[in-house]
Design a protein around this ligand. Structure first.
Ligand SMILES: [Zn+2]
Length: 134
């Protein structure tokens, strides 16, 4: 049984006793418990969102105009990641002279060559212990 059901059950028992002052206190307590449960739910959601953003940040590396993840050969938009902490793939141009574009924020960059992709150095600072991708 959860805390809300427990509080509701105690409130019912207090009501049956017939002490109205105690019952009013119990109703106030019930409202506070509901408020705390809602706040706890919001905080849990925030923690989950921040944990996901932190995990994403730890896997993104800036290299050769874009962000890259070593699990993905396609580059990510630098603007979307730097400003919004969102991982959005840029669209490869069909021809070399066309810009690479972000479908989300419309960031564009014209390159003379295809970006070289991630070549991460192995460092002790890498929390995931990842190595270079070839
Ligand atoms: Zn973007």
């Amino acid at each position: 049984m959860g805390i809300l059901a427990d509080v509701r059950e105690v409130a019912d028992l207090v009501r049956k006793v017939g002490d109205m002052d105690l019952y009013r206190k119990m109703i106030d307590l019930q409202s506070e418990v509901i408020e705390l449960a809602d706040k706890n739910s919001q905080l849990t959601q925030t923690v989950n969102e921040l944990t996901a953003k932190l995990a994403l940040t730890e896997t993104m590396k800036f290299h050769d105009h874009f962000y890259w993840r070593d699990v993905d050969p396609e580059p990510y938009c630098p603007r979307c990641f730097d400003v919004d902490r969102k991982a959005v793939h840029v669209i490869r141009p069909r021809a070399g002279s066309l810009p690479w574009k972000c479908p989300q924020c419309k960031f564009e960059v014209r390159l003379n060559a295809v970006p070289s992709g991630p070549k991460f150095a192995i460092t002790d600072a890498d929390p995931l212990g990842r190595g270079p991708i070839d």
